[in-house]
Ligand binder design. Structure first.
Ligand SMILES: Cc1ncc(COP(=O)(O)O)c(C=O)c1O
Length: 391
């Protein structure tokens, strides 16, 4: 039975009346046997961390993203911190990114000891590449383009600036597994790509997890060392400490465990099919909502958008959302507050802040519609029907 049919026919313990902005329970019903088998095989193996499953997952995940190396880590926030540290971007460094992102992009930078410079967003809700150069100075060491909502940033221009000013580029791919820009996969263009497997993500775990991709062997070696308490286990090394419990440098403890690697290996096989389904749902929303008062997402013609979320904008967002809740349709706002207005990070901008106007404007109006592979046609039709009554 195809997974679509399986989902359409699901009955029983799951509350199918309520439409959520995200849900994993139908997916679990579909994959239950695979997942339990993965967990059981790890528990029986006697190896719970740093074993064969993580090796296999790192190889398969990086190769899926057209990269030579993959390094599993504890979560996507650590993926950013470790990447920055591995490339020497720490104290006294500035990192350029956007304020329309998840908090962890900035947490990851600050954890590495660096400061943040925010650039405004464009019509795709992504970093405005034409405004990056204004923010570059002698302290700037890296750019983190966030491939937000499942769509990649304009990487040609970003790499051009990185080469011109000798900057490192960390692609924040937490929301863009499998997305492409000019045919190149997320995480394969910059010096590294940082991924999250937080449960809601396009490839999600049943807990936390992350991965870093790179084509640079030196960066790979240092990332591996930092993620594991600064210890080194190099092949062919004659150092007296090699392979022993010995810290070569200050590191972190950030590992993707064997159970999650085994589960993610099972789910990785579905990734392309599930991205196609996300794109199919997005195409239907586009068709049905394009001539309404709702602003729908704009897909750059160079991109294959993976539609982690389907973000629309409307001045009456709060009214629309509360009316839909009455119909058991639960939407979400991703993200209601730009990072630069948050107490924790407002010191990174001038007061008053005048250069992040688009970011501030969008935050007042955006909200997300349900989009996940196990959303049924019936559910999507209901969302569209009820939404259309309100706009
Ligand atoms: C854009 C972005 N960057 C980074 C992260 C961090 O990932 P994690 O939650 O795995 O630490 C997330 C996920 O929440 C994200 O959406």
């Amino acid at each position: 039975m195809s997974y679509r049919l399986f989902i359409e026919n699901l009955k029983g313990s799951i509350d199918l009346k309520m439409i959520k902005v995200w849900d994993y329970k139908k997916e679990y019903e579909l994959l239950r046997n695979d997942i339990l088998e993965a967990v059981d095989s790890v528990f029986k193996s006697g190896i719970l961390v740093s074993g064969p499953k993580i090796d296999e997952f790192e190889k398969k995940f990086s190769s899926y993203h057209d990269c030579q190396f993959g390094i599993g880590v504890g979560n996507g926030t650590d993926a950013i911190t470790i990447s920055l540290k591995a490339m020497g971007v720490t104290t006294n460094s500035e990192v350029i990114t956007t304020s329309n992102t998840a908090i962890p992009t900035v947490t990851g930078i600050v954890n590495a000891g660096a400061s943040v410079k925010f650039v405004d967003i464009n019509n795709y809700s992504l970093i405005d590449v034409n405004k990056i150069e204004n923010e570059i100075n002698e302290k700037t060491k890296a750019i983190i383009p966030v491939h937000l909502y499942g769509q990649m940033c304009e990487m040609d221009k970003i790499m051009e600036l990185a080469n011109k000013y000798d900057l490192k580029v960390i692609e924040d791919c937490a929301q863009s597994h499998g997305a492409t820009y000019r045919g190149k996969k997320a995480g394969s263009i910059g010096h590294v790509g940082s991924f999250s497997f937080y449960p809601t993500k396009i490839l999600g775990a049943y807990g936390d997890g992350g991965c870093i991709t790179t084509n640079d062997e030196q960066i790979h070696d240092r990332i591996k060392r930092i993620r594991f308490l600064g210890m080194d286990k190099k092949k062919n090394s004659s150092e007296h400490w090699n392979g022993k419990y010995y810290a070569v440098e200050h590191g972190m403890n950030s590992r993707l465990d064997e159970v999650h690697a085994a589960i993610l290996l099972k789910k990785l096989k579905f990734l392309d099919e599930w991205i196609d389904r996300r794109r199919e749902i997005a195409a239907k929303y586009n068709k049905e909502l394009k001539n309404t008062s709702l602003k729908i997402p704009v897909e750059n013609h160079n991109n294959k958008h993976a539609y982690y979320v389907y973000v629309v904008a409307h001045p009456k967002r709060d009214e629309i959302m509360s009316n839909l809740v009455k119909k058991d349709i639960h939407l979400n706002i991703i993200y209601p507050f730009p990072i630069h207005i948050m107490n924790a990070y407002k010191h990174f901008v001038n007061n008053p802040c005048t250069h992040l106007k688009q970011t501030e404007e969008d935050a007042k109006k955006i909200f997300s519609l349900p989009i996940y592979p196990t959303l049924t046609d019936k559910e999507q039709n209901l969302v569209i029907k009820e939404l259309k009554k309100l706009i």
